[in-house]
Design a protein around this ligand. Structure first.
Ligand code: TXA
Ligand code: MG
Length: 320
């Protein structure tokens, strides 16, 4: 595996060529690191599944350089989907749309929909632009972690998670810590109104300002499969509790205004909700590195990004 830090345009071009040649490239996006492969290359895409130990049948998000590529990958798009794309792309939002012929079963997990996203991170943007100049048309990229584990928010995390499974021609691009820190908002655009399948930093009220939405809830079962909606997701090895009695040696994560309970190990004290999202997975990883067995988290209150944080915390806390 080749690691590129603070990549130059020439190095990004070289990484884009590696994708074209069927190798894997881990790269930063504004949300989390992605493990990329040429979305039209079945063999390359199948390596994503084996490296992540991800069960086949879990669809991958295809990353595209701009809204112009939408029509290559999707069809029968509702007007509101175009409106959302115009409003929030490039950015941390994935749209689920009816797939075109270009989106093969090995990308969509055999479903008739495809997930699409235009990432805003400058490295991801440059990689996509270079990849398209070489004739590529989309980079399939799940989060660059083992299946069920916490997403990678730095290149060190990527290397810890999957470094030993990458081959000599694969590339890891180090673009620093990811600014958002949790995965994109996923919006199902196959219905009359948009439905949020996975909350993220594009919040319900931001979407509401553009279009009336349905809010996805546990009760409102969607027919689409999202592995992020499985219970065993986003969890560290430590057991996560949304507070309860804090015992000696427990890890503790809460907003900075919440004092550290006696005997606990403060893993993070974010000042804001944005900082909370940014630091959460790093704090989970720190707990595992320190072999802490229980992590107590005080979930942030409120709507918006706090909702997305609580979604990930609930999943982490439910994991066995
Ligand atoms: O922020 C993100 O979305 C990151 C960065 C790398 O872009 N990617 C990411 O990918 O989180 P992944 O594979 O870890 O999570 C994507 C989620 C999965 O739960 C997958 O099942 C769902 O999106 N998904 C992808 N395509 C879908 C589709 N056609 N229908 C329903 N869900 C889909
Ligand atoms: Mg993931």
């Amino acid at each position: 595996m080749e690691i590129i830090s603070n990549p130059t345009p020439g190095e990004i071009k070289w990484a884009a060529k590696a994708l074209i040649d069927g190798h894997l490239v881990a790269f930063p996006t504004e949300t989390v690191y992605g493990l990329g492969a040429d979305a039209s290359n079945e063999k390359a895409v199948s390596r994503i599944y084996s490296v992540k130990e991800r069960p086949t049948g879990h669809p991958l998000i295809v990353h595209i350089s701009s809204i112009k590529q939408l029509e290559s990958w999707a069809k029968e798009m509702p007007d509101y989907a175009i409106q959302l794309a115009k409003e929030f792309w490039p950015g941390p939002m994935t749209l689920i749309l009816k797939k075109s012929a270009l989106a093969k079963d090995f990308i969509t997990g055999g479903q008739d929909t495809v997930g699409l996203r235009v990432p805003a991170h400058p490295v991801a943007q440059e990689l996509l632009a270079a990849f398209e100049r070489f004739g590529g048309s989309g980079i399939a990229a799940p989060s660059a972690n083992r299946f069920g584990a916490v997403s990678a928010t730095s290149s060190d995390d990527v290397i810890d998670e999957i470094g030993n499974l990458l081959l000599s021609d694969d590339v890891v691009i180090d673009g620093g810590r990811t600014p958002v820190g949790i995965e994109s908002t996923i919006v199902d655009c196959t219905r009359k109104r948009p439905l949020i399948l996975r909350p993220g930093s594009v919040t319900p009220s931001m979407i509401q300002e553009v279009k009336e939405i349905y809010l996805g809830t546990e009760k409102m079962k969607s027919t689409v499969r999202a592995s992020g909606s499985m219970k065993t997701h986003y969890s560290p090895n430590a057991r996560v509790y949304l507070v309860g009695k804090v015992l000696h040696g427990d890890g503790f994560i809460a907003l900075s205004k919440v004092p550290t309970p006696k005997g606990s190990i403060r893993l993070a004290a974010p000042n804001t909700i944005e900082e909370f999202a940014n630091i959460l997975y790093q704090a989970f990883r720190a707990a595992d590195k320190r072999k802490i067995r229980r992590v107590r988290v005080v979930p942030p209150k409120g709507s918006g990004l706090a909702l997305a944080i609580r979604d990930r915390l609930n999943k982490a806390a439910q994991s066995e």
